[in-house]
Design a protein around this ligand. Structure first.
Ligand code: AMP
Ligand code: GLY
Length: 427
């Protein structure tokens, strides 16, 4: 089987790396990919917003399955494009249709969906320019902190958490006047959920589902969760508080009602559901749905899958997930992201990366923002650059291995968090 992975980050490198291990896979393609994905497959330089260009490479190379990494093509309807095209009808594609992708593409849609199916989530009120005054009033009925969410995709930046009511009112008005462009023409105001977050990943064929390893990600730039939000600085899997009891609550209260809801609304969903959950005193609440895998969680999660992942995806695309074999490793994985100096604010690109060959074979290296320069050197090309994942019998052992190897990779301005997993060791 020839498989195409769409995207260019660490998540896509990890997906391609895992898929390429399958005996059933003759070749993996990544579009557009990065310097790392070039070592597990062939990079194809196309713009993944251009569905016709994707169709052309799929047909030309006789690819049999497409795995969509990021959310934007899903929200833009790539699955519908494939299903409607007579030439592509036999090509499998992993991801929900445009309607299903609204679970991530519109926070208001996701909240209404959860309300319809009784799925636990924070109470909310949706505001547009027309009912701004009601929104302002709703805010004053809440206690701080105040949570304001842009309805649409805002590159992970559309959520504001504010301690001051006056500031929340001002921000609400600014969001509605285009602070996040059209993404914030509608704003969801939510009550604040107190607890610890965890990312859970479900693969569903629309009827059955498999729960993949969960992970905790570390979003802030600085140690101790200080400083600005980033795309993710590291991850740990499994998460100690995700006990069998917690998982069964997630299944009964969230996963099963979600799949039931998708079916009831005739949504064609053969893909990943990423549940961003808050564990509030042992009870799971949905903070957000994503319709793709998480980044940097995937870089760790893929290393913990001990069965044939391509086969699992193939079964999913064919609606035969119930028959598929799936096994997760009992190991703990710790993933540390190396980032460019200055990130998530301004940073330089094009720094030569050295030491990659010195990293122990026991670690898995996923490239997040790299490319080859004209001389064939691997250089930085983004804020998040390389994710190093190590395994151990527990967090302590995995951390020690990961950090020993992180130190071997060098580039001008390199930065990383030193405390990935520490909070979970002291729970
Ligand atoms: P989202 O984009 O919806 O995942 O929100 C980004 C981040 O904001 C989440 O990862 C949480 O840390 C935080 N957050 C979002 N909604 C809430 C909420 N209702 N209560 C507490 N924190 C939240
Ligand atoms: N790690 C969070 C995300 O991928 O959205």
């Amino acid at each position: 089987m020839k498989i195409l992975v769409l995207g260019s980050g660490g998540r896509e490198h990890a997906l391609a790396w895992k898929i390429a291990q399958s005996e059933r896979v003759s070749k993996v393609y990544v579009a557009p990919g990065n310097a790392g994905t070039a070592s597990v497959g062939e990079n194809i330089q196309i713009n993944i917003a251009d569905f016709q260009a994707i169709k052309d490479v799929v047909l030309k190379n006789e690819m049999e399955m497409v795995v969509v990494g990021p959310e934007q093509p899903l929200v833009d309807g790539i699955v519908d494009f494939f299903k409607k095209d007579a030439d592509l009808k036999d090509v499998k594609i992993i991801g929900p249709d445009k309607n299903g992708a609204q679970l991530e593409g519109s926070k208001a849609f996701a909240k209404r969906f959860m309300e319809r199916y009784g799925i636990p989530t924070a109470a909310c009120f949706t505001v547009t320019a027309e009912n701004l005054n009601e929104g302002v009033e709703y805010l004053s009925t809440l206690e701080a902190p105040y949570v304001l969410k842009a309805d649409g995709l805002a590159a992970g930046k559309g959520v504001l958490i504010l301690n001051d009511l006056e500031e929340a009112r001002t921000e609400l008005k600014e969001m509605l006047s285009g602070k996040f462009g059209s993404a914030s023409a509608k704003v969801v105001i939510e009550t604040f959920l107190k607890g610890i977050e965890v990312s859970m990943f479900v693969l569903t064929d629309g009827n059955d589902y498999v729960i993949l390893p969960e992970a905790k990600d570390y979003k802030r730039i600085g140690d101790g969760d200080k400083g600005l939000n980033t795309g993710g600085m590291g991850a740990v899997s499994p998460v100690p508080f995700v006990t069998p009891d917690f998982v069964s609550k997630v299944e009964e209260r969230i996963i099963k009602p979600t799949i039931k809801g998708l079916k009831a609304e005739s949504i064609d969903y053969k893909g990943f559901i990423f549940l961003g959950l808050m564990n509030c005193g042992g009870d799971p609440y949905v903070i957000e749905y994503n319709v793709r895998m998480g980044d940097p969680e995937t870089e760790g999660v893929m290393t913990r899958i001990d069965s044939d992942f391509a086969q699992l995806l193939d079964a999913c695309a064919q609606g035969k997930l119930a028959e598929a074999h799936y096994k997760a490793s009992p190991d703990t994985s710790v993933t540390v992201m190396l980032v460019s100096g200055g990130y998530p604010e301004a940073y330089k690109k094009g720094m030569i990366i050295s030491g990659l060959d010195d990293v122990c074979q026991c670690c898995t290296v996923a490239h997040a923002g790299t490319k080859f320069n004209a001389d064939g050197n691997v250089v930085t090309s983004g804020g998040r650059v390389i994710a190093v994942t190590a395994h151990g019998k527990d967090i302590e052992e995995a951390r020690a291995k990961a950090y020993k190897n992180v130190e071997k990779i060098k580039f001008d301005g390199v930065n990383f968090r030193h405390d990935i997993g520490l909070d979970l060791m002291n729970l």
